[in-house]
Design a protein around this ligand. Sequence first.
Ligand SMILES: Cc1ncc(COP(=O)(O)O)c(C=O)c1O
Length: 386
Amino acid sequence: MGKNKIKTKLIHSGIDTIKNYGSLSDPVYKSSTLIFKNYKEYIIAKKNKFSKPYYGRLGSYNTKSLEKIISELYQSESCVVTSSGLSAITLTLLSFLDQNSECLITQNCYEPVYNFATQNLAKFGVKIKFFENNSIKKITKLITKKTKIIYIESPSSMNYEVEDLEKVTEIAKQNNIITVFDNTWATFLGFNPLKWGVDIVIESATKYISGHSDNFCGLVACSYNNYLKIKSTATKYGDYVHSDSCVTAIRGLRTLETRMNQHSKNAKLVYNFLNKSKIVKDIFFLPDKKNKNHKLWKKYFCLSNGLITFSILKKNNISDFLDNLQIFKIGFSWGGFESLILPINALSPVKKSSKNSVFWFRIHVGLESSSDLIKDLKKGFYEYEK
Ligand SMILES: Cc1ncc(COP(=O)(O)O)c(C=O)c1O
């Protein structure tokens, strides 16, 4: 789908003003119990639990509506909506991995994925192996007959390493391995991994899609067969998405493109400031032409976002910097309207080091005035250095 077409689709998908008495947005359907008209309808629903109204935990009108919109935007056959981005990941992995199977994972993945894989999947007898993005030779060496999934996060968390995806999907297909891709960084607006041969795409709609730091929601765009497997796991594990979360995610979609553009514009200006600042040691920011992943990023992604990671030399107390910021707030997550800063101990969950000579931070540049954001960081640096 072209960029312009997708922009318009974002605004109009899923709107049914006739059904909704003129309203542009859907009402929030709250029922846990869904009623069957008669016995015949009950029997049909039992055989088609995921496509017919069955029981509120399996989905409501609002869940179905979000599933349909996301499938259209990703041009996937189906979409599973889950309670969070993390549950979208764990339920997907649980759907395909079994005892003695092996799973390859991007080494700089979102840390809770690392924890789930090494602590929970390993406990069930799944062997986990980590690989560096853009290291196809190493990936090839890690593959065995037991490899069932290659899980890719690109750009990776914290240091934004990019995968040369077409090489990975090619080797995965040759070996009958399912590829799963966490696309939260870019959203479907910035990249569609399904077009590059990926089997299953995951997004945390908690981030840019919902956009206001007031919602949890996960999305899995995939084929109908994979949908059946993942939805069935989600049902067995009791995963539940409130209808309100689906409506909030759909509302976020309407302004996603405008917000993403503004986040990335502001982030470029903040990056320019950080880049000139003497106190800043390293910066990871993909639109930076000097970034070692820049070229590969350009090959696959058509937009940027608000994430920047940087370090400052360890001279004084970290709180001299952090506690003097007024706009950047300390907090987890990203993708909301506001600017956030997160002190990070390690760039990678696999390679943890306690002897850093620098403090690392991940910032999410929000929608505030960029000059105010720069002033805020300047003041923080000034207080840290004095
Ligand atoms: C790359 C990535 N994937 C998945 C998640 C999980 O999303 P959620 O917070 O919706 O569980 C996060 C959360 O920070 C993330 O950064």
